[in-house]
Structures are given as structure tokens and as C-alpha cells.
Design a protein. Structure first.
Length: 262
């Protein structure tokens, strides 16, 4: 079994090599999908050197389109059994893939969110804290769920779920769109605690209060769109690897063969 890791990248020259080092250090069989969204700060040459690295795919957008557009591109390249999105900064810790994957591997969940508010968020400013809480409460009211962190980056899916969903958001409203459509399709979202080390705007953080208004709009719109608009036509759906998971599956089946003792 394999984990596909989609990393949308835009102007992350200072962090991209370190986050790749951390991702590759996690002892899992994985596919890394790097999608550069029109970087102009020297990130692209660094990513170009990743093309020949095993189990790594690099895709370049000609111009900046937004995080949602980059993830949509990444989903077309998924070949693993499970999918996670990893920001290219250092706010989220890849070592936490392991506990997030456990319920997916043992079949007790099909979607797992890593909640910063169940964990120990560091350096989240008041504006972002309030915005996250408002968006999560709105999600719970509209969809009858009990989430604590709708906006988290660490959303982990069984691969056949996001690859069949029609994603139209180009920017940060990807987060409410994917959450809304997952819930509309009847999937329960399990939350587990994660750590978080937020960065500030002067360090490169890109989301703003305007994205909060777009998120609320997305939550309202996708609550009422017809079900036929939620999924892709069958001909357009990505068909990832065979995902028959044995009943006794556990995380050992994800071990990276290159890291096993010989």
C-alpha cells in the first residue's frame, strides 16, 4: 500500500528542500507529487532537480492559479491507496502521517482530518484563530457534523474519494469545498490531534481575511448544489492503484522497502 502526498508549492524557496527532507524521512511507501503554481522566487529550479528522484513527480503551472488549482492538478497524478495534502512550508509535521493513516489502514475511517485545536497549535495569531473557529462552526451548522478544524491542511483520504470529486475552487476555498462534498457524499470525518507551528505574513503566509469570505460562500453554495455536480463523470475520474486492503492490514504494510533492514 502506498501514500500519495500532494505538495502545492508557490514561492517557497526557503522551505521546500527542508519539507522534502522531512517528508522523505517518514518510513512509508510513498509517491510525492510536487505542483509548482508559478513560483517566481527561485523555487522552480530547485523543483526541476527533483524530476529524477524516485517516486517523485513534478508538475509546473505556467502561471499562478491558486492552492486549489494545484491540488486539482495533483489529484490527476495520484497512484497511491491513500492521499494527503502537505503544505510546502514547515507549519505541519510529516511524522504525523503515521497516526492519521492508522484508522484508514484498519478500515475504521475513510477520511481523517488532523485537528490543530485537538493538538497544541503554536503561533496562530488571533485573527486566524477566530477565522478558523467561525468557519468550523459554520460547517457544523450547515452539515450537521462535529468538526473542530475544517481548515486544516492535513486531510487524509482513501484515494478513491477525492479523485472522483469535482473540484472547482482555485484558491484556499478548496478546504471548505472538499469538506462540503465529502460530507454530502455521506463520508464521516474522523479527527485526530496534530501539532502546528504557524508562520506569520512576513514569513510568507498567504491566506488572508478575504479568503475567509470565500470559504463561507463555498460552504453555503456546496450545501445546496445538486448531487450530480459533486462528482466527476466516470470518464474523468482517476483510477488509482488497486486498493483491496486486507482485513488484518496495519501500518507495517506501508513500510518503505528501502528503509527495511537487510
Amino acid at each position: 500500500m502506498r501514500l500519495s502526498i500532494i505538495i502545492p508549492v508557490f514561492n517557497e524557496v526557503n522551505t521546500i528542500e527542508e519539507i522534502l527532507r522531512r517528508v522523505r524521512a517518514v518510513p512509508l511507501d510513498k509517491q510525492i507529487i510536487l505542483v509548482d503554481d508559478g513560483s517566481e522566487d527561485g523555487t522552480r529550479p530547485l523543483l526541476d532537480r527533483q524530476r529524477d528522484v524516485p517516486d517523485t513527480e513534478v508538475v509546473f503551472h505556467a502561471q499562478n492559479q491558486g492552492k486549489g488549482a494545484a491540488i486539482r492538478t495533483g489529484l490527476r497524478h495520484v497512484r497511491g491507496d491513500f492521499v494527503v495534502v502537505q503544505d510546502a512550508d514547515l507549519e505541519y509535521d510529516p511524522t504525523e502521517y503515521l497516526p492519521l493513516l492508522e484508522p484508514l489502514v484498519n478500515g475504521s475511517a475513510s477520511v481523517v482530518y488532523g485537528s490543530r485545536f485537538l493538538g497544541n497549535p503554536h503561533e496562530m495569531n488571533l485573527l486566524h484563530w477566530l477565522g478558523n473557529r467561525l468557519l468550523t462552526v459554520t460547517t457544523n451548522l450547515l452539515y450537521g457534523c462535529h468538526l473542530t478544524d475544517m481548515e486544516t491542511c492535513y486531510k487524509v483520504f482513501r484515494a478513491d474519494i477525492p479523485t472522483r470529486i469535482r473540484i472547482v475552487s482555485d484558491r484556499f476555498d478548496f478546504e471548505p469545498e472538499i469538506t462540503a462534498k465529502v460530507l454530502r457524499l455521506g463520508h464521516r470525518i474522523l479527527e485526530l490531534p496534530i501539532s502546528y507551528n504557524g508562520r506569520q505574513f512576513h514569513e510568507g503566509k498567504k491566506i488572508t481575511w478575504r479568503d475567509g469570505f470565500a470559504a463561507i460562500r463555498a460552504l453555503i453554495v456546496y450545501r445546496f448544489v445538486p448531487m450530480r455536480q459533486i462528482t466527476l463523470p466516470e470518464a474523468e475520474q482517476v483510477v488509482p492503484a488497486d486498493r483491496d486492503v486486507p482485513e488484518d492490514a496495519h501500518l507495517a504494510s506501508f513500510s518503505d522497502p528501502s528503509k527495511e533492514p537487510r
